[in-house]
Design a protein around this ligand. Structure first.
Ligand code: GAL
Length: 420
């Protein structure tokens, strides 16, 4: 029966293509579409805008918005793994462009090649070549990017800094000087949240310490994690941690952002989903309600990550997924999603008039900065490395021993084939 239905759909698609009526084809889709992500609660509005658009285009399809809460997918990825390995993939799931996709799910042969869709939709011309490299291999293109987020951003409230007599630091040394003043005023200089945000902070600190060339060399296997440069990055990170809050592990990234907004903390290094949270949920105005700059010591560098969705092999509702991917990769879909999310469009033809001041500045930086990949959000390393690195981070948070941690990171890199 399933084969018959698929056959009918294929025939109808052919008719629709012949007579140029893709809308009629879309209306005929029915059944369900399960979308799996960690965009729950405060992270939900942008995804909802995309689902609303999809439902308008495909009224016969019931969307099941399956979310597992937890920043950066800490919980969702574990559930996804169980489902994928158990042969029960969701129809489509959130996955980061880069090694999280390629080195994990593509390597395990769990994804369908989407080259046909990229050709059909003309996407080879609208997604930047560098990004397509992060979702493709010699044998295919494996997901559709919905955004570009920036990881190395520091957030603050301009009026609060003025009140405390602090200028936005541009280097970590300037930050340390400002932090002493803030501490004396009982303000947390740099707020941190649960453990994944330590990885997030680490990559910004390491980028500042290593520079972009050495950052890239690390992931290409050309610079060892326990090289003198690698150890220095952990030493700087240790010093930075001295100016963070003690209750970090009990806070979500939103609660850490709240501390900056409420004036209990001065700075927060977080990806620009924080801009989405502050503008969309908290209704703060970019520029006056909240301010931003490249995280200390990383000016002129844009550490990127991209959320994407793919088509797992064995997805129960394949045709509905293809329609979903078509919507999220379209200009209309992208420009409905990103202005609410805090990210910029992954497409080169997006309508910037729909975006706020933060996004406009991120878009300008993306056009001129040196681009490097994020570790904490899937670009530079696969899930195997990420899981092991979480233990390495735990070890450092407890021991603060830069040399031993750098050695452990090098072992984890070798175990997971970094640079091979
Ligand atoms: C990232 C993801 C973002 C945002 C963030 C916080 O990994 O790419 O879209 O959801 O986690 O949860």
């Amino acid at each position: 029966m399933k084969r018959l239905v698929t056959g009918v759909c294929v025939a109808m698609t052919a008719v629709a293509l012949l007579f140029g009526s893709p809308a009629a084809q879309a209306k005929d889709l029915s059944g369900q579409l399960e979308i799996f992500s960690w965009w729950a609660g405060d992270e939900g509005p942008a995804l909802q805008a995309l689902i609303d658009l999809y439902t308008k285009q495909n009224p016969g399809v019931e969307v099941v918005n399956a979310t597992v809460t937890g920043g950066s997918g800490v919980n969702a990825k574990a559930v996804l793994k169980t489902r994928m390995l158990g042969g029960e993939p969701p129809d489509s799931f959130q996955v980061h462009a880069g090694q999280e996709l390629i080195g994990t799910w593509v390597k395990a042969d769990r994804m369908e090649d989407l080259t046909f869709l990229f050709k059909e939709q003309g996407w080879m011309d609208v997604f930047p070549e560098g990004l397509v490299k992060n979702i493709g291999t010699d044998t295919g293109i494996w997901s559709v990017p919905v955004n570009i987020h920036r990881s190395n951003v520091v957030w603050y409230v301009p009026a609060n800094l003025e009140k405390w007599g602090i200028k936005v630091p541009t280097t970590w040394d300037e930050f340390f000087a400002a932090a002493e003043i803030l501490k004396a005023k009982n303000v947390v200089p740099l707020v941190l949240a649960q453990n994944w945000t330590a990885n997030h902070l680490w990559e910004s600190v390491a980028l500042a310490s290593l520079g972009a060339d050495n950052w890239d060399a690390l992931w290409a296997g050309k610079l060892a994690f326990d090289s003198p440069e690698g150890v220095k990055a952990w030493e700087l990170f240790g010093k930075v941690l001295e100016y963070t809050n003690k209750d970090a592990s009990s806070l979500s990234w939103q609660q850490a952002t709240d501390m900056v907004v409420d004036g209990r903390a001065a700075f927060n290094v977080m990806g620009d989903w924080a801009a989405g949270y502050m503008a969309t949920t908290k209704k703060l105005k970019p520029g006056s309600g909240f301010g931003w700059s490249a995280s200390f010591g990383t000016g002129g560098q844009f550490m990127f990550l991209a959320d994407s969705f793919g088509l797992p092999k064995g997805a129960p509702n394949r045709d509905n997924v293809i329609a979903w991917l078509s919507t999220l990769g379209s200009k209309e879909g992208s420009d409905a999603f990103n202005p609410l999310k805090g990210s910029i469009s992954a497409r080169t033809d997006s309508d910037l008039s729909k975006y706020n001041e933060y996004a406009k500045s991120a878009s300008a930086d993306f056009g001129k900065d040196r681009i490097v990949g994020s570790l904490a959000h899937g670009v530079t390393a696969n899930e195997g490395f990420m899981n092991d690195f979480a233990s390495v981070m735990e070890m450092f948070l407890k021991s603060r021993n830069a040399e031993a941690t750098a050695k452990a990171a090098q072992q984890v890199a070798m175990k997971n084939g970094i640079g091979k």
